[in-house]
Design a protein around this ligand. Structure first.
Ligand code: PHE
Length: 358
């Protein structure tokens, strides 16, 4: 006979069993409701802990079993087991439901509609200047030239001095130069790369150097303070003026077509001797005279000459053993001719209506 029977009387005992039964049934209904509303795996886990965990509601009801008699305990025990089993099943069910719906949601999110029209990527085109520079580069690479480079912020020594243009030389005025300080300039030509190349490697030398150059010119239809040149330099034993002319002919025909001709006019550059300005027969009229060539039949596109012995000497190359030729092609001028562009500014304004034409 449990002590409680004596102390509290039979009916209070009955009430206790009933109360536990009610509590268990309550847990069952409450858990069932909450489980059916659950929408996420984490929520489900929280509910499992709440009802079945060590500090959960079911456990706390079972703790009260100590006050029951030996006959009553199995009754409540069985009910408690039923409730636990019921809840475990419900939780398992809910879990399946959630996993399933999560997978379906993922599948729905990842659905690819193959009937939606494609997005077209708008491709840019090469800038006319780049087209011309690339074409020229390609022609010389085909003749076995290598590409050389030099800095745009350059020492006065490389840009002028070593090219036989001492301080106060009138040629400095022709190339109105941007000075950073007394000894440093924005290069006014790509010719300093000649010096850098000859001072860093031994002949045979065969290089071209496409690059940006700067001169303090006001902007107009034919001038810009920044423009591009393609420098060329060949140094070896026995290089002659004939090699220069032959090379420039191949260049002109390669760029402007088989019927192109070139013409050399005597000129002066301090770093070449003899020097020449080189014209190409007009690509618009073929030489008969038209608007493009201003009825000249010829268009000037580059300067050239045989490397001056003083320049070779400055670079430690013996002018009695070696000779060479050099040239500098104006890229803007060539592009304007090639594409019949009558205003240099168009090359720099980046107006899409202009650029799309190439
Ligand atoms: N550097 C000269 C210029 O800018 C062009 C040139 C290059 C002339 C090489 C001769 C040899 O005018």
């Amino acid at each position: 006979m449990p002590s409680s029977f004596k102390d509290e009387g039979f009916f209070s005992h009955i009430r206790r069993i009933e109360k536990m039964r009610d509590q268990l049934n309550n847990i069952k209904t409450q858990a069932e409701n909450e489980l059916s509303a659950v929408t996420a795996i984490q929520e489900l886990e929280n509910l499992r802990v709440k009802f079945l965990g060590k500090k959960g509601e079911l456990t706390s009801v079972l703790r009260g079993m100590g006050s029951l008699s030996a006959e009553e305990r199995p009754v409540i025990g069985q009910l408690a087991n039923e409730v636990r089993e019921f809840l475990e099943n419900k939780i398992e069910e809910a879990k399946k439901r959630l996993v399933n719906s999560e997978r379906n949601k993922k599948l729905a999110d990842e659905v690819i509609d193959v009937t939606i029209p494609g997005k077209r990527k708008i491709l840019g085109t090469k800038h006319p200047l780049s087209i011309v520079i690339d074409e020229i580069t390609e022609i010389f690479l085909g003749m076995g030239y290598e590409i050389a480079e030099g800095p745009e912020v350059e020492k006065d020594y490389y840009n002028f001095e070593a090219l036989n243009i001492p301080k106060n030389h009138p040629a400095r005025d022709v190339q109105d130069t941007f000075y950073i300080n007394e000894n440093v300039v924005l290069r006014s030509q790509t010719s300093p790369v000649q010096i850098r190349t000859m001072q860093s490697k031994k002949p045979p030398i065969k290089i071209i150097c496409p690059g940006r150059v700067y001169r303090s010119d006001a902007v107009d239809a034919t001038h810009s303070p920044i423009f591009h040149q393609i420098e060329g330099l060949v140094v070896d034993k026995g290089v002659t003026m004939g090699d220069l002319v032959g090379t420039l002919e191949i260049f002109a025909k390669g760029l402007f077509g088989e019927n192109s001709k070139i013409r050399l006019r005597p000129h002066h550059f301090p770093f070449t001797e003899p020097s020449a300005e080189v014209d190409v027969s007009c690509w618009a009229c073929g030489g008969t005279g038209c608007r493009v060539c201003k009825n000249e039949g010829w268009i000037e596109i580059l300067g050239a000459g045989m490397v001056h012995p003083k320049v070779l000497e400055e670079c430690g190359i013996d002018p009695d053993v070696y000779s060479g030729f050099a040239f500098g092609i104006g890229a803007e001028r060539t592009a304007m001719g090639r594409f019949n562009i009558d205003d240099l500014r168009l090359l720099y304004e980046n107006d899409l209506r202009f650029l799309r034409q190439f």
